[in-house]
Write a protein of this length. Structure first.
Length: 342
């Protein structure tokens, strides 16, 4: 079965693709010239501002085609009574705000309908196992000088993204904490948190893929650092700290010649410890030089390190960890910190 998307702007279509693209085959059309064909379409998601007369007219024009689709979810710009009533009048079976948590949209789409739920995501444990295996394999490749399996990492990252979209972040955190240790646990948690953050920001599917790839790979340079240092309880000696701080550049070096890896992902690996105020490493970059994908990854990375349980430190509660993130406002982007709260 496939899902038809209809949006009044390209940006809305791209955000919807980001949320639904890993789960359903999609067809997308701009409302202005939408024409809906295909017998396999079982649901339509219409995202349009119904305060505009032109949009109402455009939806009416395709109303007979819409009527043949059993499930019709309308996302409205303001969940006002007017837009909601208008959406139902135009044939909606469900009306949601277009600021809705992506998980609620997925839930509404799947509902109790077995055909719609049939393509639903892998379970969290399988995704975590695939993710851990992929991270173990990339670490081993770096140590042995073999090529890192990018396609395998993409598959595992995609499975994690599906699991998060389906089961939510809490479920992912619990699964990863129960079954995985140390650096693998860290990479899996950062991937999950980055995906959940990206979904809540409404990023498109290409950006979501970049985010989970960057997160999976971000600490690959730690493969070369002894576990006695990575897992050392308490403060590191200055020379140990210097060694740990080589991991972003080491990760970049390991992957920089791969033509099939996008420059944005390489940049995120190299710069995920940079801060907006220039106090990070390895290059002491300042705000303008740090792209969005890196800013998102850095917040997820710090938050993850705080809530992790290690042999030498108990896990910190999420509320306390968020307070610490909030306290880093000069180093991390303030609007992103605000958005991260949910
Ligand atoms: Fe790192
Ligand atoms: Fe990290």
């Amino acid at each position: 079965m496939s899902v038809q998307l209809v949006g009044d702007t390209k940006a809305k279509l791209s955000a919807l693709r980001g949320i639904l693209g890993t789960r359903y085959p999609l067809k997308a059309a701009l409302l202005d010239d939408a024409s809906i064909r295909g017998d396999d379409i079982e649901a339509v998601v219409v995202d349009a501002d119904l305060r505009l007369v032109a949009n109402i007219t455009a939806v009416k024009r395709i109303s007979s085609q819409l009527g043949r689709i059993p499930k019709r979810i309308f996302l409205v710009d303001d969940k006002s009574r007017f837009s909601t009533v208008q959406a139902y009048a135009l044939g909606a079976t469900t009306v949601l705000s277009n600021n809705v948590d992506p998980r609620q949209l997925l839930k509404n789409l799947a509902g109790n309908d077995p055909t719609l739920a049939a393509t639903s995501a892998v379970d969290g444990r399988a995704a975590a196992s695939a993710g851990a295996a992929s991270i173990a394999s990339m670490f081993a490749s770096v140590l042995s000088g073999a090529d890192v399996d990018l396609e395998g990492t993409k598959r595992a990252g995609g499975q994690i993204a599906e699991s998060i979209a389906e089961n939510g972040l809490s479920d992912w955190l619990a699964t990863v904490r129960r079954h995985h240790e140390g650096t693998y646990q860290h990479c899996l948690l950062v991937t999950g948190i980055t995906v959940d953050f990206g979904l809540s920001l409404g990023v498109g599917s290409a950006d979501l893929e970049r985010l989970y790839m960057a997160a999976m790979f971000h600490d690959i340079g730690k493969a070369t650092i002894p576990l006695t240092i990575l897992d050392k309880p308490g403060r590191l000696q200055p020379q140990e700290r210097t060694l740990v701080e080589t991991h972003p550049a080491a990760g970049y070096e390991a992957l920089k010649d791969r033509a099939d890896l996008s420059p944005e992902i390489l940049d995120a690996i190299l710069h995920h410890h940079e801060y907006l105020d220039g106090s990070g490493y390895p290059h002491g970059l300042c705000a303008e030089s740090i792209p969005d994908i890196v800013r998102i990854l850095t917040i997820a990375d710090i938050f993850s390190a705080l809530i992790e349980h290690r042999n030498y430190k108990p896990a910190m509660g999420r509320e306390r960890a968020y307070e610490i993130i909030q306290g880093m406002a000069g180093k991390l982007e303030k609007p992103l910190i605000g958005a991260f709260k949910s």
